[in-house]
Design a binder for this molecule. Structure first.
Ligand code: SF4
Ligand code: SF4
Ligand code: FES
Length: 230
């Protein structure tokens, strides 16, 4: 039986084709991630899932790769060794979150995603707790008409591109795109082509932060006041 070692804990994966995030999940270990989604293509762009990876040889020795690798893009096999809790990995997680928060507005008190936000949760769990940025933040204007039902708080976006890939790979309508580059890159629609396909509302749910919001729900409720129904 194929076995993977996750933070020294063996986990059997059988003949399943898994990446490091999925294998670690089977061992009860969370590898934080933003851009990866099991039903979308892999872009490995957010760097939140960096881990140490190596191979356990038949003679019992372990050869680790010299650099951190994105767990979402790295398949596992029998003998794969994954380390997600080393000082090197923790330093990378802190650096990634500090980068993602550089220009982030931190308007959690008025953000619909607060309470179920991937950026809040990972910052609390894996973040450094402070920013070293001293320059003014690069504030991008919001786009209140991405679609009839969707609004974009541009400066809350972490550019994971889940929404873009959804419209290309699932709805097949490709209304969303990345415009500009570097710290100026933004999610946008093509001129005159709003995101109004019949699956469009799903991008709000796919967005790991409070960037894409549903106009129906906007400022209506706090998530901790909602009750789940079966
Ligand atoms: S996206 Fe998350 S971290 Fe950013 S303002 Fe909203 S709740 Fe806060
Ligand atoms: S709007 Fe949301 S889903 Fe789209 S790239 Fe930004 S953070 Fe990701
Ligand atoms: S989840 Fe792996 S790089 Fe984004």
């Amino acid at each position: 039986m194929a076995t993977v070692l996750v933070n020294n804990k063996p986990v059997e994966i059988g003949s399943d084709r898994l990446n490091c995030i999925q294998a670690a999940d089977r061992a009860g270990v969370e590898i934080p991630h933003y851009c990866w989604h099991p039903d979308l293509s892999v872009v490995a762009s957010c760097r939140m899932c960096l881990v140490e990876v190596g191979d356990k040889k038949p003679d019992g020795t372990v050869a680790m790769q010299p650099k951190l690798v994105p767990g979402c893009q790295t398949p596992v096999k029998d003998g794969t060794v994954i380390i997600s809790d080393s000082p090197k990995v923790k330093a990378a997680q802190q650096a990634t979150l500090e980068y993602l928060l550089l220009n982030h507005p931190l308007d959690c008190p008025v953000c619909d995603q607060a309470g179920e936000c991937g950026l809040q949760d990972y910052s609390f769990e894996y973040g450094r707790g402070y920013s070293r940025l001293q320059e003014p933040k690069n504030i991008k204007p919001d786009k209140d008409y991405i679609g009839d039902q969707i609004t974009l708080f541009t400066d809350r976006c972490i550019m994971c591109t889940r929404c873009v890939r959804f419209t290309r790979e699932v709805s097949g309508t490709a209304e969303l795109q990345v415009s500009s580059r570097g710290s100026h890159e933004e999610i946008d629609i093509f001129p005159g082509e709003p995101c109004n396909n019949k699956l469009a509302g799903n991008v709000v749910n796919l967005c790991p932060v409070g960037a894409l919001c549903s106009k129906d729900f906007l400022y209506e409720q706090r998530v901790w006041w909602l009750k789940s129904k079966k």
